[in-house]
Design a protein around this ligand. Structure first.
Ligand code: N01
Length: 551
């Protein structure tokens, strides 16, 4: 009888779960909840599904995790039937895949598009969340899952005069749906992170002239992309369950690479160089796994950094330009390593110039272009590849209020705190998929998304079975987890870079290393143990009756 009452509550008019965001996370969350018999709806600001892969349509956008690994594993038939055409899939292909998933699992009927969520408020009496859309509609649900993405709040720097520019202004993360034609255009590109590094070679191949404004040179390794071969595809598809299991459970990032069991200093110079060269030639982020201590030991890291600097000097013909492109202020990969196709060689083109913004600071955008270091540059189009307010930006953009009306953005003023990157103390029944404090952006996002969605789903089943209304992170567990996240980062070279992982790209944002760097396999074990141990560190409770609250 009691079980039936609980089931009825989960199937009442009030939604069981409201999900914000229809990217990889939101879609799988919806599918999973449906199969478990929960009612759920997804709200998405964009015109269609896809999340980050919907918005980032800039030329050259592609994933730098191999497509056979950057894909869902939850459905064996999907895994076998979908065919990737390249080693590293382009944005259009990934978006086709996401759309295929939405159709294949009939997800669209529970996805509300063109609807931005602007507020979410917890009601202590009912124990429900009320979510408000930008046009004022409200939705009530027992649980709220923020599947808002880690890199979805794009960022324009506050440069004087931006509104006065007479030409087109584009941002890589808000790219127009129609292909933008750069033919005959004079283009200024600001930003040389992963997005800029991917876009610049393609823009340069089309435009009349490109001027790149670089503030910090980044490390980039060649992708060496290739068309998918039947043999390679088969080698994965025949072994998917075992390979996925290995990636999930025994790797640091949820992606299989060619891992080394040696430190860089354990081999002689010739062996080290040969290994870097071999990996440089085969391409991709596999380069980073040449030795097992590149992000742990500064001298080891320096050998890899020097190798890449040597490559830049070899590729770029003009010595002054080459010198300006040499990364100097952070260890290799302490800022997200970039993976490119012909990025450095693009500076050998006659129609490409590099401006070092540290020597010639951008002073203002003008109606005709911009002024940097007292020089006027004239453009038809300005491209901002200036990144994101990462990890917290999309969450803080929503007015999220938990117990006693406390705002999440206030709670996170000194940096995001969470328990396991899944929940925040004071915000019962609110889950964050790949939230700060979880491996998230340091891992294969699809692997991490699947783990969080599975964990949240099992948690909701547990609550349903045991008749519990509320789950909430305990402050002590959250504090201890924060210390663990911090300690894990301190064991690495990551905090030595002023990266977006640290919040350093946003003026005024608290500096704190946000993702958990203790390894995905390890993190998964911790999450599983916490659940097996009766959700250790979470408070599980019923909702006090109205009389008890007012007493
Ligand atoms: O953004 P970024 P992104 N004046 O923050 C510069 C993922 N991703 O969109 O370094 C001048 O890395 C800024 O300079 P600085 C991936 O995780 C993945 O490129 O702050 N310059 C920097 O050069 C990646 O890390 C893929 O000094 C200014 C650039 O803008 C993440 O997204 C592809 C400036 C921003 O770089 C973000 O990448 C693309 C200013 N006022 C993205 N403000 C793949 O999977 C900022 N900059 C391949």
């Amino acid at each position: 009888m009691e079980q039936r009452q609980h089931d009825a509550r989960f199937n009442a008019e009030i939604l069981d779960v409201v999900i914000v965001g229809a990217g990889f996370a939101g879609l799988y969350m919806l599918h999973k909840l449906r199969t478990l018999g929960f009612s759920a709806k997804v709200f998405e600001a964009a015109e269609d599904v896809g999340g980050t892969w919907y918005w980032n349509r800039y030329p050259g956008a592609r994933c730098d995790v191999e497509s056979v690994q950057y894909s869902y594993s939850f459905d064996p038939a999907l895994e076998q039937e979908w065919r990737w055409s390249e080693r590293f899939a382009t944005q259009p292909e990934i978006l086709r895949y996401i759309n295929h998933v939405a159709d294949r699992f009939d997800l669209r009927r529970d996805i509300v598009l063109n609807t931005r969520i602007k507020a979410a408020e917890f009601n202590e009496k009912s124990g429900h969340w009320t979510v408000t859309t930008a046009d004022g509609a409200t939705i009530e649900a027992r649980f709220c899952v923020m599947a808002t993405g880690c890199l979805s709040a794009s960022r324009l720097p506050a440069i004087d005069g931006l509104d006065r520019f007479a030409g087109e202004v584009l941002h890589t993360a808000l790219w127009p749906r129609e292909q933008f034609d750069f033919t005959g255009k004079r283009v200024g590109v600001i930003g040389t992170g992963s997005s800029g590094i991917q876009a610049i070679p393609l823009i340069a191949a089309q435009a009349q002239h490109v001027t790149v404004f670089q503030r910090t040179p980044n490390f980039s390794v060649p992708a060496r992309n290739w068309d998918m071969t039947d043999d390679y595809e088969r080698s994965w598809k025949e072994n998917y369950p075992a390979l996925r299991k290995r990636a999930r459970e025994s790797t640091w990032s949820g992606t299989l690479y060619e891992f080394s069991d040696k430190g860089a200093m354990e081999v002689d110079e010739a062996t080290r160089q040969a290994e870097y060269e071999r990996r440089w030639q085969t391409g991709g982020a596999n380069f980073m796994h040449a030795f097992n201590d590149l992000l742990l030991s500064e001298p080891s890291n320096e050998t890899a950094a020097d190798f890449v600097r040597g490559k830049i000097r070899q590729i770029v013909q003009d010595p002054r330009t080459a010198e300006a492109l040499l990364p100097f202020d952070h260890p290799l990969a302490a800022k997200r390593i970039c993976v490119d196709t012909d990025y450095y060689a693009t500076y050998n083109r006659d129609n490409v110039d590099l401006i070092d913004v540290r020597r010639e600071p951008i002073e203002a955008i003008t109606p005709d272009g911009l002024r940097a270091g007292e020089r006027e540059h004239v453009f038809d189009t300005l491209v901002f590849a200036t990144g994101f307010d990462a990890m917290t930006g999309a969450l803080n953009a929503i007015d999220i209020r938990g117990r006693e009306g406390h705002r999440l953005s206030d709670e996170w003023r000194d940096g995001p705190r969470s328990y396991l990157g899944l929940m925040v103390a004071g915000f019962p029944n609110l889950f964050t998929v790949t939230g700060p404090g979880s491996p998230s952006v340091l891992s294969n996002m699809i692997v991490s998304i699947e783990q969080h969605v599975d964990w949240i789903s099992e948690c909701l089943c547990h609550l349903r079975e045991t008749g519990i209304d509320l789950i909430e992170a305990e402050t002590t567990a959250q504090t201890e987890w924060g210390q663990e996240v911090n300690a894990a980062a301190e064991r690495t070279l990551y905090p030595r870079a002023g990266s977006w992982y640290m919040g350093a790209n946003i003026p005024g944002k608290a500096r704190m290393f946000m993702p958990y760097v203790g390894g995905l396999g390890n993190y998964r074990r911790i999450c599983a143990e916490v659940a097996a141990d009766g959700y250790r560190g979470f408070r599980l409770q019923g909702i006090p009756s109205a009389a008890a609250i007012s007493a």
